[in-house]
Design a protein around this ligand. Structure first.
Ligand SMILES: [Zn+2]
Ligand SMILES: [Zn+2]
Length: 131
């Protein structure tokens, strides 16, 4: 059987990404930094094994410290500014890809929802295994 391949890109299409295999986890994050970064109510990170992800196109990076005190490096398109993927220092084996940049985002459902304390109260969704 051929391995699953997923493709994605930024808003303008200049920065693209490919990931092979199934996501390790899919995390909906309601933290204020994800709200600012996306300009939206929450961010969704689709984590893949790092060696199975390849990006192409011009990008720049922005680093910030996570709560753990360790950094996260966000890569964004030089032309349109979309954050396409990021690399948490605390999980060097994983790359997070922005759900909204991937093709067929409806095929992926978050496996966890984090930073619920800053979740906007009108945001509600059902996760598998949650009542
Ligand atoms: Zn772009
Ligand atoms: Zn977040």
């Amino acid at each position: 059987m051929e391995a699953v391949k997923r493709k994605g890109s930024c808003s303008c299409g200049q920065l693209s990404i490919r990931a092979e295999g199934e996501p390790v986890k899919i995390s909906a994050c309601h933290c204020r930094e994800c709200q600012r970064r996306t300009g939206s109510a929450f961010g969704v990170a689709v984590f893949f094994d790092r060696e199975k992800v390849a990006a192409s196109g011009a990008s720049n990076s922005y680093k910030r410290l996570g709560d753990s005190g360790r950094s996260i490096e966000f890569r964004f398109c030089l032309a349109c500014g979309s954050t396409v993927y990021w690399m948490p220092e605390f999980r060097k084996d994983l790359v997070a890809v922005a759900l909204g940049c991937l093709e067929e985002p409806s095929s992926m459902v978050p496996t966890q929802s984090v930073y619920e304390e800053s979740r906007l109260r009108w945001v509600g969704f059902d996760l598998p295994g949650r009542d």
